[in-house]
Design a protein around this ligand. Structure first.
Ligand code: XLS
Ligand code: NI
Ligand code: NI
Length: 443
């Protein structure tokens, strides 16, 4: 194996909660069986190529701070190959079963479409070769249709149909590559699908374009027999103030409008939820209630800042509540937990990147284990089902089955002389119960 900045690190192993070794898993025991399946198959952790291999710590006020030696490895293809060598060593160190990429993360873009695709194919061949010697698989592929200046006015929503065609060609190739590499999902995040100013924007036209584009993606998926899920990733505010894929509810109604709700599911990101004025658990529960939960982008935002800081997660409370909803929705598979998270610009050593993923994986694992226990314990569920118990009566069920109209209900209410009484929502009791369970050492 080629020598990389990650090669000297031992593969991080599960050592249990008592371990003082900072580069060990204390909660993430990949083989621990929960609800009949090993933890690794529930969580399906993935490394995000862009944040872990490409990002070098630049921000609007300063350039790169994080040395990534593959960027000095020769011509652009040599750099991309050196980067891939390091990537697979990082996956090996973390013992993560999956990774995710954008086309532009794995292969250098060029001036023409033909050359860009040529580079991409060279690198897909190379990744395929790497995947023969490593066990890490592809959770999802996606296209970067937002960084290059040609996308400044949008990708599929661009006023220029040639940009739309460029995007179609790119996504076609990314879908082909995802299928070839055995990917479980294909993601579309609408990077610049939104507008800077309404003054130059035909919103109706742009939404029609976006709907047509997604429909073409779904049609092509079926044409090539790609069995993975197509996922849309909601995000508000960034980079444009008005993003069309604002949140789960907005994306779902868009899917309904274009009859795609049975074809496309959602990739939900914690930081995006926060930016939309929601919590991660709210977005997951919303998707679950619509049968639209697909996969998760794991990270956290800074509530004091208004942008996508993409930090590694550390909020056990929110992650546990989120995992309760995930488990109740039937789990994530074929989705997974992709660490769409980056280290801070002062965290420039390879070790920082490993610490970041180890902590994130442990947090998710602990949250998942606790969530499974809370569900098994049943007390929380009992409180909730008691709260809705009235709906189990045959009279109440008749409302749902459409057998009662407004005027019939009026008659029923008057005949029964109903007088509904307030009942406690028991919120503090529930919170106390969850504090005990979430912060318990016995997991
Ligand atoms: C950006 C998004 C992006 C998607 C993939 O904020 O989270 O990283 O996950 O394009
Ligand atoms: Ni994301
Ligand atoms: Ni994001």
């Amino acid at each position: 194996m080629p020598d990389t900045i990650f090669s000297s690190f031992k593969t991080v192993a599960y050592e249990g909660p008592a371990s003082e070794n900072p580069l060990s898993y204390r909660w993430y025991d990949p083989d621990r069986v929960v609800n009949g399946k090993p933890l690794k198959d529930h969580l399906r952790f993935a490394v995000a190529y862009w944040h872990s291999l490409n990002m070098q710590g630049s921000d609007p006020f300063g350039g790169p701070t994080i040395p990534r030696p593959w960027f000095n490895a020769g011509d652009p293809i040599a750099q991309a190959k050196a980067k891939a060598n390091a990537a697979f060593e990082l996956f090996r160190v973390l013992d993560f079963p999956f990774f995710c990429w954008h086309d532009a993360d794995i292969a250098p873009p060029a001036d023409t479409l033909a050359e860009t695709l040529k580079n991409f194919h060279t690198m897909v061949d190379y990744l395929e070769e790497k995947m023969r010697s490593y066990s890490t698989r592809l959770l999802w592929g996606t296209a970067n249709l937002f960084s290059h200046p040609r996308f400044m006015a949008g990708a599929s929503t661009n006023p220029d149909p040639e940009v739309f065609a460029w995007c179609a060609a790119t996504v076609k190739n990314c879908l082909d590559a995802t299928k070839r590499l055995g990917g479980s999902n294909y993601v579309l995040w609408g990077g610049r699908e939104g507008y800077e100013t309404l003054l130059n924007t035909d919103m109706k036209q742009e939404l029609e374009q976006m709907g047509r584009f997604l429909t073409m993606v779904v049609e092509y998926k079926h044409k090539i027999g790609f069995k993975g899920q197509i996922l849309v990733e909601p995000k508000p505010k960034e980079p444009t103030a008005h993003q069309y894929d604002f949140d789960v509810a907005t994306v779902y109604s868009f899917l309904k409008r274009f009859n795609l709700e049975n074809e496309v599911k959602l990739n939900i990101e914690a930081n995006h939820a926060l930016l939309a004025g929601h919590t991660f658990e709210h977005e997951i529960a919303t998707a679950a209630s619509l049968n639209a939960l697909g996969s998760l982008d794991i990270n956290r935002g800074d509530p004091l800042l208004g942008w996508d800081t993409d930090q590694f997660p550390n909020d056990l409370w929110s992650m546990t509540i989120s995992m309760i909803h995930v488990i109740k929705a039937g789990g994530l598979n074929p989705g997974g937990c992709n660490f769409d998270a980056k280290v801070r610009r002062q965290s420039f050593t390879p070790e920082d990147l490993i610490h970041a993923h180890v902590g994130g994986a442990d947090l998710c694992a602990r949250a998942f284990l606790t969530a499974a226990k809370i569900i098994e314990d049943g007390r929380l569920d009992k409180i909730v089902s008691d709260r809705y118990a009235g709906w189990k009566s045959s009279d109440a069920q008749a409302i749902f089955s459409g057998k009662k109209s407004l005027d019939e209900l009026e008659k029923w209410a008057l005949d029964k002389n109903i007088n509904p009484q307030p009942r406690s929502g028991r919120q503090e009791e529930i919170e106390n119960l969850l504090v005990r369970q979430i912060y318990s050492d016995k997991i």
